[in-house]
Ligand binder design. Structure first.
Ligand SMILES: [Zn+2]
Length: 137
């Protein structure tokens, strides 16, 4: 499955990409499709650009955060719906140019391509999925 295949499939069903709350220009174009796929699955925008260190802190941002109105019930990895989305991103990480995905206290990355513990101590992912793209510079 290439990026083009995924885009055609998406557009047949949903037509237009979903614009991030902070605008398309707040997120690298390579991630627009991945972001939209999440939004069309019932996820809410918890941010693209943020003035902080890391992948959210570049302009445009190399990352996006998706939540739900129910805030995952704070279950993180144990929330099956969110796990399904996280696994979808991993499945298509290559065509979607995704570098790593965080859910709950687990992370999947290209460097270590299996779900393993997130050891940063950050618990914010108990109610959101974080997706980072690859840097091309
Ligand atoms: Zn994030």
């Amino acid at each position: 499955m290439t990026y083009k295949d995924l885009l055609v499939r998406y557009k047949r069903r949903h037509k237009n990409l979903v614009e991030p709350n902070q605008g398309f220009h707040s997120l690298v174009p390579e991630l627009w499709l991945a972001y939209s796929m999440g939004r069309k699955r019932g996820y809410t925008d918890l941010g693209t650009y943020a003035n902080k260190p890391g992948d959210h802190g570049t302009w445009p941002s190399h990352a996006f955060d998706l939540g739900r109105k129910d805030r995952f019930y704070n279950k993180g990895w144990n929330y099956l719906k969110a796990r399904r989305l996280a696994k979808l991103y991993v499945k298509y990480h290559e065509p979607l140019a995704i570098n790593y995905v965080i859910l709950g206290t687990r992370i999947w990355s290209r460097a270590r391509p299996y779900w393993h513990p997130l050891t940063t101590g950050d618990t914010s992912h108990m109610f959101h999925v974080h997706v980072s793209g690859i840097y091309d510079d």
